[in-house]
Design a protein. Structure first.
Ligand code: FE2
Length: 430
């Protein structure tokens, strides 16, 4: 007897009329038109059943703080960092926990069940670290929260006001407390040389501790910001292939093509992945340009073509850097698709993977996917394929975690009151 049977599912790889059998928290059967007794049956009615959405780049310590203590008027990265610096001394652990838990509620409702969040460690109290470790424990039954020790003000640049601790000490202390991944921000260090030094220092720390690395890297329009080269080189030197990610990489948008033709193969050889953050990149980059204005997102199709895994991250929701967002990774994929002009059928499917499978592998999630033996985690979407899901930012009809429905939503249907026209529309292809 199955605990759960999902019938008539379409999978993101194109298989149709699939049945998913679940016992306990695992998928035990996956076949066409499986007919076995089950305690609960969900008829997907031909709609897409996808593994959960995964966000490979987020800032949960700042989320939902919009307006505290004021709004970012210029909308620039640097005013955002300054604003966060004003808010930090006023933060309380309880407020950070409450906002993060509220965001996780949104995430669950949107079928987003795994998030890699950076947490700012440039604070001698490590208040946000303590808060997000508490959140990680509390959401564990329904959401995988992976934390990155992120020196927002530069691991070499930042000094605490009383001179008691360096950012590097605080970063190590946060790892001791249970933060999972080593972060960095080389382009925010004082000089290019200091930036390179920070990459070396942090990669050596991660190698020594057997941890993954995820750095904010080259989040600038300066084509000479080339810390990704150092990051890839260090990854190779230290044998950390498959464990290192470069986030943003926006300078690559503006780099010389010849240089990029050498850089991308280095990234490929080093097994370094990339995360673009389309909503943030398109609003924050190109701010010093008049016209034409650069888009500023990294070279997603070219990286993918070379075999470099690329995910799309949300980065920010209602915080000092970005006033919008709702935890909807289909909105993120939608923007990424447009900014990268990935409009071919295969390319659009790649954009769906960039918010599901690819970030799952970057995070190193165990048991992810719709396959026998995987965790029974999935989302029933009001769409028939990944492209339609992105086009409509499909309603999450059911969100299942470990075999249990943890969120559901009515289908998106508008009633029409017109003569000689249908009584309703649902925006799906007829
Ligand atoms: Fe970020």
């Amino acid at each position: 007897m199955l605990d759960l049977l999902v019938k008539n599912a379409t999978l993101s790889d194109g298989r149709t009329e699939m049945s998913i059998g679940v016992v306990g928290d695992r998928i035990v059967d996956l076949d066409q038109a499986l007919d076995a007794p089950a305690i609960t049956v969900i008829d997907a009615a031909g709609q897409l059943v996808s593994p959960p959405f995964v966000d490979a780049h987020f800032h949960m310590d700042a989320t939902l703080s919009l307006g505290l203590p004021r709004i970012n008027e210029s909308g620039t990265l640097l005013e955002g960092i300054a604003l966060w610096g004003e808010l930090k001394p006023e933060l309380t652990q309880q407020a950070v926990v409450d906002r993060a838990l509220a965001y996780c509620d949104w995430a669950v409702a949107k079928g987003l069940l795994a998030i890699r969040s950076h947490v700012d460690i440039c604070d001698e109290r490590l208040l946000a670290v303590e808060a997000l470790l508490e959140v990680k424990r509390r959401v564990k039954p329904y959401l995988d929260l992976q934390l990155v020790a992120f020196p927002q003000d530069g691991v070499l640049r930042w000094k605490d006001s009383k001179g008691r601790a360096s950012a590097f000490d605080l970063l190590k202390r946060s790892l001791d407390l249970g933060v999972d991944v080593v972060g960095g921000i080389p382009h925010f260090e004082r000089t290019m040389a200091e930036g390179a030094k920070s990459v070396e220092l942090l990669c050596e720390l991660a190698a020594h501790r057997g941890l993954r690395v995820d750095m904010h890297c080259d989040e600038t329009d300066d084509p000479m910001s080339r810390h990704i080269e150092t990051l890839a080189f260090e990854t190779q030197r230290l044998g950390m292939q498959g464990r290192v990610n470069g986030s943003h990489l926006t300078s690559m948008h503006s780099m010389d093509n010849y240089y990029v033709s050498k850089l991308i193969p280095l990234m490929r050889e080093s097994g370094v992945s990339a995360v673009a953050n389309p909503l943030i990149n398109i609003t924050i980059q190109g701010r010093h340009d008049s016209y034409p204005k650069r888009r500023g997102m990294t070279r997603v199709p070219e990286l993918l073509a070379a075999g470099v895994p690329v995910a799309f991250g949300h980065d920010c929701v209602m915080d000092p850097w970005y006033s919008l967002g709702s935890g909807d990774m289909l909105e993120v994929a939608h923007m990424g698709l447009h900014v990268a002009q990935m409009t071919g059928q295969k390319a659009m499917r790649e954009c769906f993977k960039a918010v599901t499978e690819t970030p799952a592998s970057i995070l190193g999630l165990d048991g992810y996917g719709i396959a026998k033996g995987c965790f029974a985690d999935f989302v029933v979407l009001q769409a028939r394929d990944p492209i339609e899901a992105i086009r409509t930012r499909a309603t999450r009809l059911k969100v299942v975690r470990r075999g249990v429905v943890i969120a559901e939503c009515s289908p998106n249907v508008s009633a029409l009151h017109l003569t000689s026209r249908p009584a309703s529309v649902n925006f799906l292809k007829p």
